[in-house]
Design a binder for this molecule. Sequence first.
Ligand code: NAD
Ligand code: MG
Length: 395
Amino acid sequence: MSPSLRAIPGTQTTPKSLTVLGATGSIGQSTLRLVEQHPERFSLDILTAHDNVEALAELARRFSPRQVVIGNEAHYAALKGALANTSVEVAAGEEALIAAAAAPCDFVMAAIVGAAGLAPTLAAIQAGRTVGLANKECLVAAGELVMRSCRQSGATLLPVDSEHNAIFQVIECNHNDDIEKVILTASGGPLREMDAQSLTQVTPEQAVAHPNWSMGAKISVDSATLMNKGLEVIEAHHLFSLPPEKLEVVVHPESIVHSFVHFVDGSVIAQMSPPDMIIPIAHTLHWPERHGFDAPKLDMVSIGSLHFEAPDHARFPCLGLAYDAMKAGQSMPAVLNAANEVAVHAFLDKRIGFTDIQRVIGQTLDSSSPQGYASLEDIQSIDAKARRIAETFIT
Ligand code: NAD
Ligand code: MG
């Protein structure tokens, strides 16, 4: 097991204080749904969002956190005005976000989307916090830096992403050395059965209509291209210190098995649950304990059968691009991530087509070469350069 995934002894007796980075998003809201179910177990310290003043103000009135932070400084006055009759402190801007991430609390939910989550998540880790990691892009962009910071500060990283949470639940009770390979499951997304020609015509509305999971727009498009699985393979590589050749992907349309761990003695252990992020979120929030809540229940008889198939790399080349970037190492996963973010935004804005996403990422990777990095600033400059290159291919 990775050294950062260490056990906290003891049983919870007082409410856990929580900071939720990205509180207005899909993961943030699921986290708050759990808090609402068990107000005696949690107290909210800080909630953050980027642009959505109304949604953040509404959460602040409902949950009475100590502080709220809006990332986009231009919205400070509007948020302050909306919370004028409350005792909630209001802050704004990048520095306030980073200070919020590092502020003392029992658990930080890192649920900002994209590389924008790297600096705040890293600040929480460097402050030695217990971090529920949903923001996979920070591990893709800066895996070595994030994991090194974890070891140095003694922070505890708890994977929220359902596949990584599944793997964590399995290997927490076993030895990492005995793992033969890990297989991450992928739903295949809403376009799994579409032919190559039709894929070129896919609209943003079709791409975000995921059959099993309800998620933010960016990760929904990533699921449709299979880039989400590519990002997750890189995430698993860092979280569990597993080399690329021990990480595989299988398409499993029902999204019931969240990953398989194959051990050297031929045993395979998997974790199953209904496809609802509230389950891995609850696991991390309560860890190392388990607590019941109004969770969706798995009924295998009504599901009847589970299916598995190999990913189609020809129709969904993003998965292969992610493996290439992981194997090339150094700055290449950060380049992959930045190019993907640029391409997905351009697709959502209808500036490029669905299959242009893979083209833009491929061209950006081909125009970049691996470069070492040591600091957050190094990664930020690699990320900015890759975005500039990717923009030149948005045509
Ligand atoms: P979302 O788009 O629904 O929410 C994103 C949140 O991040 C919002 O609160 C938004 O205000 C905030 N944000 C956006 N840009 C920001 C910026 N520049 N600075 C500060 N805050 C910013 O996203 P989501 O679906 O909740 O996903 C969040 C993260 O969790 C992503 O990394 C995603 O890959 C990961 N994840 C999500 C799911 C899911 O089911 N939604 C599952 C596994 C992993
Ligand atoms: Mg996932």
